[in-house]
Design a protein. Sequence first.
Length: 143
Amino acid sequence: MIETENLNEARKQIDKQYKEKKKIIIKGRDILFNRLILENKKVNILILSHQDKKDNLKQRDSGLNQVLCKIAKQNNISLGIDLNELKIQNKKQKAEVLSRIIQNIKLIKKSKNKLKIFNSKKTPEEKAVFLTLGLPTEMIKEL
């Protein structure tokens, strides 16, 4: 998994892993970084980051919007959610992260993108949580 904040370094690592025929998973950052990564057709999965962001008045800064969902769909890139972000937060931060996850699930469901869940035990309790967050049952069966 690629976890760099520098775009040029990320591109170098993507090219290196692509030549080695490895699956390319990259940790997302802000909207601009995510867009430039999604426009690269070599990437397989973009893991969305939901913490350390500043929300606007009417929209949460979740690192995803409808334009990015459309680009990901065209380039056949799956979007990922990492559940470790919830484990290290206090209650207020967990609520903010959950609200960003809910917003991203709505966008992914609307644009019919592929969704991957990371660091999940795939227990019935977790699947029930994803149902309450708004994930359709078809996507839960694919987890």
